[in-house]
Ligand binder design. Structure first.
Ligand code: D61
Ligand code: MG
Length: 515
């Protein structure tokens, strides 16, 4: 039974965010998962080791477990193992109780432990949240060994590279006296490449190896890297307070040192505006990967892989929007609302809708930017870049279910003015159009004479005959009158017509001679 305060809170939520509450209800009642591991014969659900691994996945991953469960075929199991291997590695990296002399070699050799039957690790600090995973890591090793060779090499390669990168940064951190390790933006990119960009690279290789995605996806290193960087940079931005409280600073010094002499100074109320400008710079740095992420998503063809990749990305951009210009980031954990998250899960199903989600959040970020923010122009440019990406691939003047305007000639009043700027139709198209017009006109003519038409024709003919008959009749009457009757008057008898003519001619001659 939910408590009265919970019920009241929910009613309040329903009143102020009805769409989000609708999403929660839709999600709970109607959304069927694409796949369920307990119904997927390739999930390894029937093996003890794998059952343990599935339990570890749910225990260690708050955000990725659900989407990994829904991957098609063997991918759910392969990606779950990949996740657990790297989560184990990361648990060593994050553990501040392990001295660097011990930590660095464990990180560097971690990929070798994947080949050692029964390997596990008992030295995690007591407060390490995922220490149980390392304590029983032999189950992950056992399942890793059951994977096909193609999968194993991808996971092993990535674990090796990530371990080396983590060791390198852990050493820098230790040498700095345990304060921070990332100075420049370039170094920040490299750190994020090691811990998250490589995950993107590994996942792309696993997708290719599964045959469910193009074999070329595994070679898309830049785009895969950006997928990871967008997620990792958003996490680092959001977790500023939590991380600094634990004595680790992931924000690059190049950013925070412009606004404070030590990161903790950003908490102080008198530095509020400076803190927000530092946050803006972090937002710019993360948002710069957004269009790469959109590009990556357009390359995918499997629905379960798409959901798996797209959902974390839309969560990230939504997080960037909630944290932007939000001073709470410096005091507590800022999270997106549940209804918002659920709405994103329901909506992120295809590249076009994901692009629209990105565009809408980019607009909100842009709208929140202040003109006195040193990053103001950069924010505007990045928002514009997302806007342009979306508009050029999914033009707003093309409507689903309508014919696609191809030439300036397809424009009609009420349509988008940009259609007028399309190239004009070719001569062939014009000729074809003309022929069509003619055919249409011909087809529009009446095919049979009606009664009315015959009546009209009859009147016209009657008129013509009447006229012609009248002319002939009158001429005949004239001739008869002049020659017939006059002749009779001139002579004794009725004069024949020929004599009449001869008489006229003779008379004319006589007159001429007379003159
Ligand atoms: C598509 C789909 C998911 C993707 C992707 C592409 C590209 C990259 C990533 C996921 C990885 C993004 C990592 C973002 C979260 N950051 C962390 O968890 C930090 O640890 C980084 C090192 C371990 C990475 C383990 C991992 C994470 C997600 C995965 C995965 C492996 C394998 C498959 C799928 C997703 C962060 O952890 C803090 C924490 O312990 O909570 C840290 O230590 O900085
Ligand atoms: Mg870590």
């Amino acid at each position: 039974m939910p408590s009265p305060t919970k019920v009241a809170q929910f009613l309040w939520y329903a009143l102020y965010r009805p769409t989000e509450v609708k999403h929660i209800i839709t999600y709970k009642l109607w959304r069927d998962p694409l796949n369920r591991i307990d119904q997927n014969p390739e999930s390894g659900w029937d093996r003890e080791d794998m059952k343990k691994c599935w339990a570890f996945l749910d225990a260690t991953s708050r955000s990725f477990a659900a989407v990994i469960h829904e991957l098609d075929g063997d991918l759910s199991r392969v990606v779950a193992i990949f996740y657990l291997v790297l989560r184990g590695l990361d648990t060593v990296e994050d553990d501040m109780t392990i001295p660097i002399e011990r930590k660095a070699p464990i990180l560097e050799n971690f990929y070798k432990y994947l080949e050692q039957d029964g390997w596990n690790f008992q030295e995690s600090g007591p407060d390490e949240k995922d220490r149980a995973l390392l304590q029983e890591f032999q189950h992950v090793v056992a399942e890793f060994k059951r994977l096909d060779e193609g999968y194993r090499t991808a996971i092993s390669d990535i674990t090796k590279k990530m371990g080396q990168g983590m060791a390198r940064y852990a050493k820098i951190h230790a040498a700095s006296g345990g304060k921070f390790s990332v100075d420049t933006l370039a170094s920040f990119d490299l750190y994020c490449h090691y811990v998250a960009g490589l995950v993107g690279e590994g996942l792309s290789r696993l997708f290719s190896a599964s045959g469910k995605e193009s074999i070329y996806l595994g070679d898309q290193l830049t785009l895969s890297n950006s997928m990871g960087l967008m997620l990792q940079k958003t996490n680092i931005l959001r977790d500023f307070r939590e991380d600094t409280d634990e004595g680790r600073v992931f924000w690059p010094a190049e950013i925070w040192s412009k606004y404070a002499s030590k990161p903790e100074d950003l908490y102080r109320p008198e530095n509020k505006e400076k803190a927000l400008w530092a946050l803006s710079e972090m937002t710019v740095d993360a948002l710069a990967h957004a269009t790469d992420a959109l590009d990556y998503l357009t390359l995918l063809s499997n629905q379960s892989v798409f959901n798996f990749c797209a959902i974390p990305q839309v969560m990230a951009i939504a997080t960037l929007e909630t944290t932007f210009m939000n001073y709470n980031v410096f005091h507590r954990n800022v999270k997106i609302r549940k209804g918002e998250a659920v709405g994103l899960i329901l909506g992120a199903t295809n590249p076009r809708d994901v692009a629209y989600i990105f565009r809408d959040y980019a607009r909100k970020i842009h709208a929140k930017a202040r003109a006195n923010d040193p990053s103001f122009i950069k924010i505007a440019v990045l928002a514009g870049r997302i806007e342009q990406w979306t508009e050029s691939r999914y033009p707003s003047f093309i409507t689903v279910g309508q014919p696609i305007p191809k030439t300036s000639d397809d424009w009609a009043p009420g349509m988008d003015a940009r259609i007028k700027q399309l190239p004009g139709p070719s001569q062939d198209v014009l000729d074809q159009k003309f022929a069509q017009q003619q055919a249409a006109e011909r087809a529009a003519l009446p095919q049979k004479m009606t009664k009315e038409d015959y009546k009209f024709l009859a009147y016209v003919m009657l008129g013509i005959f009447g006229l012609v008959g009248g002319v002939f009749g009158l001429s005949g009457l004239g001739i008869w009158y002049f020659f017939g009757r006059e002749g009779a008057r001139w002579g004794a008898d009725k004069m024949p017509l020929r004599t009449a003519v001869e008489t006229v001619v003779a008379t004319a001659r006589a007159v001429k001679e007379e003159l």
